[in-house]
Design a protein around this ligand. Structure first.
Ligand SMILES: [Zn+2]
Ligand SMILES: [Zn+2]
Ligand SMILES: [Zn+2]
Length: 313
């Protein structure tokens, strides 16, 4: 792909973003509500170059990885993960849809802090919600039921936990179903799943955390062929990103590995792929990291944009 084509694609993408952001003709759509790893961006205590500008400029800050699935005909939304940024993310969703939208349920991938702790906002100290459906795998369900403050949400029925089974579809409406898929990850408190969201005509895959693609009992290339969009773990760009930390203890598919692996796909498949769950050290969060961004666009991949509307009709 030459430079002119890449610039053209970037402009086309920007134009689509501006237009799609103002179009509400879609009935079923996804809105990414955040793109950062569990610690958010900027990250607590970070004084380094990666977070310096983001501490100073609100516009550069990014919320933690989460998706909203919206059915505008029913004026409701399901969240995929409930992050520490839930309050602002719920507000963003209202601004992007309408202020009367209802929270129909929350699907949880796993019990790492960036993926479920926003549930605390549903309790009596804040929203005091009634019987919000929380979809969780068996260990995740037990973890919530047996540990405070989450157990209180269950006890006083702020939430109602629906048990998920691996690779068993949950039908949300006549047109939408969701399938959990176990993935390998550091499972200290719960198992970890990714989700396949199946709408009437289009589908999406959401895997914000996985150790390595080759450790999965499924072939990611085959799974990509079955969906229209895929929001995938891009925590770290490269292996030298965290000096002083053993990367083997926090395995993720490195973006450079993912991009090389996906080069065997044709361009109609690579354009489905949206990278997300960026660690604060990942240069793809930095607007000035042109070399890394160029590499991604040259590979045909996309970066997930917080607040973008992605149509599933
Ligand atoms: Zn995470
Ligand atoms: Zn940082
Ligand atoms: Zn995790």
């Amino acid at each position: 792909m030459n430079k002119t084509t890449i610039v053209y694609k970037l402009l086309l993408g920007l134009l689509f973003f501006i237009v799609s952001d103002n179009l509400f003709s879609q009935n079923i759509f996804i809105i990414p509500l955040g793109i950062a790893q569990d610690g958010g961006y900027p990250q607590a205590g970070c004084k380094n170059k990666c977070c310096k500008d983001a501490w100073l400029a609100l516009s550069k800050q990014k919320m933690i990885s989460s998706l909203a699935l919206v059915d505008s005909t029913k004026n409701c939304a399901w969240l995929f993960d409930c992050t520490p940024d839930f309050a602002k993310q719920w507000q963003l969703l209202k601004e992007k849809t309408n202020s009367s939208i209802k929270l129909a349920g929350i699907f949880l991938t796993h019990a790492h802090i960036g993926h479920y702790t926003g549930l605390m906002q549903l309790g009596k100290e804040v929203m005091n919600e009634k019987k919000i459906k929380v979809y969780a795998m068996p260990r995740m369900k037990k973890f919530l039921e047996n540990n405070g403050p989450w157990s209180q949400l269950v006890k006083i029925k702020n939430i109602e936990i629906e048990l998920l089974q691996n690779e068993t579809a949950v039908k949300l409406t006549d047109e939408i179903s969701v399938i959990p898929m176990l993935v390998p990850h550091r499972d200290e408190y719960s198992e970890t799943v990714g989700f396949k969201i199946q709408a009437k005509s289009k589908s999406a895959l959401y895997i914000p955390d996985i150790d390595k693609w080759e450790l999965w009992n499924k072939n990611i290339l085959d799974e990509l062929a079955k969906v229209d969009f895929a929001f995938l773990d891009a925590t770290f760009y490269s292996a030298d990103e965290l000096p002083g930390r053993n990367m083997k203890e926090i395995p993720h598919p490195l973006v450079i590995e993912t991009a090389i692996l996906f080069r065997q796909l044709n361009s109609s498949t690579t354009t489905k792929i949206y990278l997300t769950h960026f660690n604060h050290t990942n240069p793809l969060l930095d607007i000035e990291s042109m070399k890394e961004k160029f590499f991604i666009f040259e590979s045909g991949l996309q970066l997930t944009i917080q607040g973008e509307i992605i149509n599933l009709d």
